[in-house]
Write a protein that binds this ligand. Sequence first.
Ligand code: ADP
Ligand code: MG
Length: 589
Amino acid sequence: MKSFVEIGIEGGFLKAIEELGFEKPMPVQEKVIPQLLSDEGNDIVALAQTGTGKTAAFGLPLLQRVNTKNKKTQHVIISPTRELCVQIAEDLKDYSKYNDKIKIVAVFGGASIEHQIKAIKRGAHIISATPGRLLDLIKRRVVDLRNIKTVVLDEADEMLNMGFREDLEAILTDTPKEKQALLFSATMPKEVKKIADKFMNNAIEFTVGKKNAGAENVSHICYSVHAKDRYLALKRIVDFNPNVYGIVFCRTRRETQDVAEKLMQDGYNADALHGDLSQAQRDVVMGKFRVKHISLLVATDVAARGLDVTDLTHVINYNLPDELEIYTHRSGRTGRAGKFGISIIISNLKEKRKISLIEKQIGKKIEHLPVPLGKEICKVQLFHVIDRMQKVAVDSAQIDEFIPEISKKLEWLDRDELIKKFVSVEFNRFTEYYKNTPDLNKPSDERKSRKDRDGGSNRRNTQQGYTRFFLNLGQMDKIRPVDLIGMVNDFTGIRDIEIGEIDIKKTFSFFEVDSKFKDELLTAFNTQTYKGRKVNLEISGKEPAKKSRSSRSDRRNRDGDKPRFKSGRKSSRGSRNSSEKSDRKRYKK
Ligand code: ADP
Ligand code: MG
């Protein structure tokens, strides 16, 4: 295997990727980089799965070929989603950390076009774009592709799936004949083939196999807790790993759904994948996970089989599988593509024997660690906030004019106080939540006397400022809390409504909503139908009495008091709302 130097990577780029931990080129890089750096480089069509290292494969040579003396756009990379497009631009900026004359701009829909136009006018040697926005900018004559050297179509199959064929054709028609074109796709359906045939010449075609042997890159950790503390332990583990991107394996569909729902209710970017979902529903969930809209996928073994994601940071065994072999499959899903992965087991105290059998099977020691304490988690989260703060891009154009006024307002704070305040804005929800949480490693009778805020069970009546509604839809209509939140969003068209307790019964439901929106809700709901039934929403007449512990939804939530929700799913990682359910504070995004 060749080294990066041998395939032509030089100077600052070498240094930058070394710092990122790239030691050897991955197969797709070994193929693509020399092609792009040679004079008579061919077009390339590559069948490559995600996680195979494509970004650096095209990114490094493109960066190296940028002529910084020329202000014009020289390379364009087109990808299907805003996330990918931003990710590519970020990766390229990382690679060119020591070559900072190179200007890279990301343009994508759903954000202010004026800013993007300004950024391009300041200079964009490389543009990373989604198809629609790029075409728009071409039409406005902000972007001119008539002299570009390279165009990259990343995740071409995904772009065509999303209906970007016409946009892509229009864009490609606008590029010069002599350019070099690269097309990457995980699959090669007819549509993709057509684009390749129409717009590419003498293309070299190749396939990058999946890299599977990752076992040596995986370390194994076991946390032992009481069976009833499993979910709380999961939350701690996740909070202790702020950048987690992983699969949580459960044993049954029911458990999968339960854990996913609880995580969602607690504000994590999670969703469920199991056999009770239709193929279309599964595709949606998998799609969201692939593009990292979801960072925790709660899945059964069977359902996760069809999922091909290679850059998982963690695999979490919420429950151990019955067959030990399955554990090997599960943990083999992380630690791929040259990366390091962690397989976590949440075991109960009776599973010691099983753990040692697994050790034999995998030929490795499993490290036993205590469940992180609230204080430890807070520390990790605190530094995560600081890290994000250091990395955040500052949009001077937007804020500069307000800075004098803001500085004046904050004059009375010294530097330390200022830091404390800013950090607390983001961080208080964690301290609040973890302030009095018990040590899950202690036997539970030792902590009985303490108020278990993790699992507190104090019920309450409708809260001040909230109105309790009766809705004529329930479990029979397959309504889940997420669906209800979705309805509140969709029917009213307002995304910021605070939603309190949700209680879904067999044929009807109760839920609480910020009283401010009482009228909007009544008007919006009562003109709707749901799966052919007329929706009926009323203000619930009686003050709810103390609920009986035996109702189904109560049992489902036995690990904690009913959570509070905020409508509108979060999609940005790191903005998790871990506010405890009994905590009455609410947080704006
Ligand atoms: P793809 O675009 O094929 O899905 P990426 O370009 O996003 O894959 O790369 C997947 C992961 O592998 C990224 O985290 C990237 O930083 C890492 N990576 C890429 N090239 C190398 C390498 N040569 N050595 C180690 N890690 C790499
Ligand atoms: Mg990619």
